[in-house]
Design a protein around this ligand. Structure first.
Ligand SMILES: Cc1cc2nc3c(=O)[nH]c(=O)nc-3n(C[C@H](O)[C@H](O)[C@H](O)COP(=O)(O)OP(=O)(O)OC[C@H]3O[C@@H](n4cnc5c(N)ncnc54)[C@H](O)[C@@H]3O)c2cc1C
Length: 448
């Protein structure tokens, strides 16, 4: 009897899931496996906020699969061992997965060679990174030509529908609760007010954005209003695919909303560009893409400064509002992420990798491509990055993008009261020091 095994990873959905679709089409029985791999050195261990999301997303997936007649097999351990043993246990005649693009793909390559009839598919990116190259056949390092080359190619394929029914396979499964993914203190208690992990939650978000946000997307830099989609954690865990997002936008776009739609889709393009960088640099969260930054004179971080940054008590309003938003609901507005990251790197003189690790632990959308690529963008060490010498001024940014203090007063309880602290550093002195450090790195005389 045909028994197909689907190995889900960052694709926790039933619709538009090429691996699941192929397995069910093969006929016979379909086993669906999620394998929690905290052992393989190639897999970056999940942060606390991602573990919270994963728990709830898997719980929802169990319900969704049961509604189609299937079930979710949960196992933990090193993928090289566990996948092969599950395949043997259930007598799998074929194995299917959607591709991943970071260092863990080395595991997939080995498994593909050793398992019977193993197949991989493009499920979480519009284009596999090796298919998008410059005329010279090299990876793009600048976003605009990268995106232009994608737009000049064929339109993304149409999304697949979910299988009507799934004939499941009886197999031993862990209990989700035994994985202890949820935090052991009440830190994430406000997350459910903001987020509904799972495929239905993702589609509700998308519908809300198309209804209300798209028309306001030109105001995407203003953190006080809801003009962006909030889809990033859903995309990160693959509860929705970029193909679904793309075609949903195209199905509602009008001549008035065309500019906003293009801008929104180009942000989805930045996600692709980040994965492109990860594919070609699997140590993206550790290594400066521009090697000259290896000479940057980082000092040992001032522990009090770092702690104030994490807690949102730096006395710099926009930074503090963002860091508190992050702590309370596991996200931060994009503009504020840029400002908070710039403040850590340039005003506090702290290595971008330390900030990247904090975001990795606390963001529900912590993404192995977009997080390090964005930190390197702010630091100036990445592809198509903001030049290091362009230091965001958090006060000017606040005046421009949060002129009525809506965002800052939302997240800072003691906003505009004497209880709010004075800035821990002088923005102008630290900016000058950052520029001097940059000059040192380049072997130039520091600016006077
Ligand atoms: C320092 C820093 C760290 C970041 N870390 C992450 C991260 O870990 N995970 C993550 O998904 N994004 C990250 N971003 C990018 C961006 O901030 C978020 O994707 C965005 O805020 C998510 O909100 P949204 O879904 O409402 O975005 P929308 O504006 O609605 O955009 C739609 C989708 O496009 C993608 N996207 C948007 N902007 C970017 C961008 N600049 N780079 C890559 N993809 C983008 C996301 O998948 C997003 O859901 C980071 C940015 C910075 C400056």
């Amino acid at each position: 009897m045909t028994t197909s095994l689907v190995w889900l990873r960052d694709d926790l959905r039933l619709t538009d899931n090429p691996a699941l679709d192929a397995a069910v089409r093969a006929g016979g029985r379909t086993a669906v496996l999620y394998l929690f791999d905290a052992e393989s050195p190639e897999v970056r261990p999940l942060g606390a906020a991602s573990r919270w999301w994963l728990h709830h997303s898997l719980r929802q997936l169990q319900t969704d699969l049961a509604a189609q007649g299937g079930s979710l097999i949960l196992r933990r351990g090193a993928a090289r061992d566990v996948l092969a043993s599950v395949a043997a246990e259930i007598g799998a005649t074929s194995v299917h997965w959607n591709r991943r693009y970071g260092s863990a793909r080395a595991i997939d390559t080995e498994l593909k060679a050793s398992l019977p009839d193993a197949h991989s598919y493009t499920g979480s990116l519009l284009h596999d990174p090796w298919t998008v190259t410059t005329g010279a056949g090299t990876p793009f390092k600048v976003f605009t030509p990268f995106w232009k080359s994608i737009l000049a190619g064929p339109a993304p394929r149409h999304p697949l529908v979910a299988p009507a029914t799934i004939t499941g396979v009886e197999a031993v499964s862990d209990q989700l609760d035994s994985w202890n993914l949820l935090p052991d203190r009440p830190w994430a208690e406000k997350f459910p007010d903001q987020w509904t992990p799972g495929e239905a939650g993702a589609h509700e978000r998308l519908a809300r954005f198309l209804e209300n946000g798209l028309a306001l997307y030109h105001r995407r830099d203003e953190p006080g209003i809801e003009s962006t989609s909030g889809l990033s954690p859903h995309l990160r865990f693959g509860e929705i695919s970029p193909y679904q997002v793309w075609h949903a936008v195209e199905s509602v776009v009008t001549s008035e909303s065309r500019t906003n739609a293009n801008r929104f889709l180009s942000e989805v393009g930045w996600r692709e560009f980040s994965y492109h960088q990860l594919f070609h640099n699997t140590d993206l969260h550790r290594r400066n893409l521009r090697a000259e930054f290896d000479e940057f004179p980082w000092e040992a971080p001032d522990i009090a400064h770092l702690s104030a940054w994490k807690k949102g008590t730096t006395g710099v309003e926009l930074v503090d509002a963002g860091m508190r938003e992050l702590w309370k609901i596991g996200t931060m507005h994009n503009r504020v992420r840029m400002v908070a990251a710039s403040f850590l790197i340039k005003n506090l003189g702290i290595d971008w990798r330390i900030g990247e690790a904090w975001f990795w632990d606390t963001l529900v959308d912590a993404d192995e491509a977009s997080n390090p690529a964005s930190w390197q963008w702010v630091a100036g060490s990445g592809y198509d990055a903001a030049p290091y010498f362009r230091v965001f001024n958090p006060e000017l940014q606040a005046a421009k993008f949060d002129p009525d203090s809506v965002y800052r007063s939302r997240w800072i309880e003691e906003f505009n009261t004497p209880l709010y602290p004075e800035p821990i550093v002088s923005l102008s002195d630290t900016r000058a020091r950052a520029l001097a450090d940059y000059a040192t790195m380049r072997g130039e005389r520091p600016p006077q």
